[in-house]
Design a protein around this ligand. Structure first.
Ligand code: KIV
Ligand code: ZN
Length: 387
């Protein structure tokens, strides 16, 4: 069986930055781009050069600075945007123009005010023009998941004929469900002329909380590029989260039979960097990088972890660069974990004292929302050792 590589296309600096309330300056973008390059992402979508002079400058600076990944600039399917993107990625070792046009009936009628034939014509023209400026051209059909399969096949066939090297299928409004999205992608890949000449990509938003599920189902169906952002930031409910996709593909390699080039031990630091610079907090229960991703409070779980880590952990915190697993002391904690914690704090108690301390600890947990190490220390010193 062949094990394929899945390319990780990071759009934290473009779609991620489109989140409400996020505005990164050039220095911050460069800092994130360096981290992404060190982590081994295949493509950094650095911005939308035609959107503003600031965006153009940031893309250009990253193109000159970041070494390793392909640097992509987004462009609508018109000459002005495409030329701007080409100029912005000029300094890159490898530059990419990512051009897009909407293909769903609702977008064509109300937003573009264009007939389907015109969209196909624009696609061919835009991709041909982009291909005359750079070797690496990605084409996206915006709102693909709400577009008609036959029409998408026509548009994608035209894009490949005009020189597109990557074809991206976005679920722009996060409407798809995994099985349906997988079938949809398979039908399009099968129907598109010269499908094998392009790398198939997906770009999924998280409006129904299904972005990662849809992305990994697409990989199972043959997509070999996934577009995602650190911490899943992005428009509305965000984009598919890079760390979740990468770890799902790694931990469940038995299901997907693919690999990525990501150094997963850098995921935690990347998450914290993006959180600090964007001001968007990482929820404690966020998979992979949340504060509680490797924290255990229930007594049964704590006991299990102490006997054998794999009873309740499917990956090691070290695999993602996170701090060591935590046994959180609370009302659900068991006697074993309590004793371990007290011993680690340097107290040697008799069995009887441990029993009494544990009872007092449980009483305290019912009174206080959070029991800290200092609370436990005070309990041992004041209630056990001084009587
Ligand atoms: O969500 C989307 O459709 C996009 C495209 C520009 C790829 O961000
Ligand atoms: Zn998007």
């Amino acid at each position: 069986m062949t094990i394929d590589r899945v390319r990780i296309f990071d759009t934290t600096l473009r779609d991620g930055e489109q989140s409400a309330g996020i505005n990164l300056n050039r220095a911050e973008k460069i800092q994130i781009a360096r981290q992404l390059a060190a982590m081994g992402v295949d493509v950094i979508e650095a911005g939308f050069p035609a959107a503003s002079q600031g965006d153009f400058d940031a893309v250009s600076a990253i193109a000159h600075e970041a070494r390793g990944p392909i640097i992509a600039g987004l462009a609508r399917a018109n000459e002005g945007d495409i030329k701007r993107a080409a100029d912005a990625v000029k300094g890159a070792e490898r530059g990419r123009i990512h051009t897009f046009i909407a293909t769903s009936p609702i977008h064509m009628e109300y937003k573009l005010k264009m007939a389907p034939d015109e969209v196909v014509r624009r696609t061919s023209q835009a991709v041909a023009y982009a291909s005359s400026l750079v070797k690496d051209v990605e084409f996206s059909a915006e709102d693909a998941s709400r577009s008609e399969v036959q029409f998408l096949i026509e548009v994608f066939s035209a894009a490949i004929a005009a020189g597109a090297t990557t074809i991206n299928v976005p679920d722009t409004v996060g409407y798809a469900t995994p099985g349906e999205f997988g079938d949809f992608l398979s039908r399009i890949m099968e129907g598109t002329e010269n499908s094998h000449k392009a790398i198939w990509s997906v770009h999924v938003h998280n409006d129904l909380g299904l972005a990662v599920a849809n992305s990994i189902e697409a990989v199972r169906r043959g997509a070999r590029q996934v577009e995602c952002t650190i911490n899943g930031i992005g428009e509305r409910a965000g984009n598919a989260s890079l760390e979740e996709i990468v770890m799902a593909l790694k931990v469940r390699k038995d299901v997907f039979s693919v690999y990525t080039g990501i150094d997963t031990t850098r995921l935690y630091d990347a998450s914290r960097l993006v959180s600090r610079l964007t001001g968007v907090q990482v929820p404690p229960n966020k998979a992979i990088v949340g504060d509680n991703a490797f924290a255990h409070e229930a007594g049964i779980h704590q006991h299990g972890i102490m006997c054998k880590r794999e009873t309740y952990e499917i990956m090691h915190p070290k695999d993602v660069g996170a701090p060591e697993s935590k046994l959180v002391m609370g009302k659900h904690s068991g006697h074993h974990a309590f004793v371990k914690e007290i011993k680690a704090m340097g107290y040697a108690l008799s069995e009887e004292e441990f029993k009494r301390a544990f009872t007092l600890f449980k009483e305290l947990c019912d009174k206080k929302e959070m029991v800290t190490k200092s609370d436990m220390e005070a309990l041992i010193v004041d209630e056990i050792l001084s009587v």
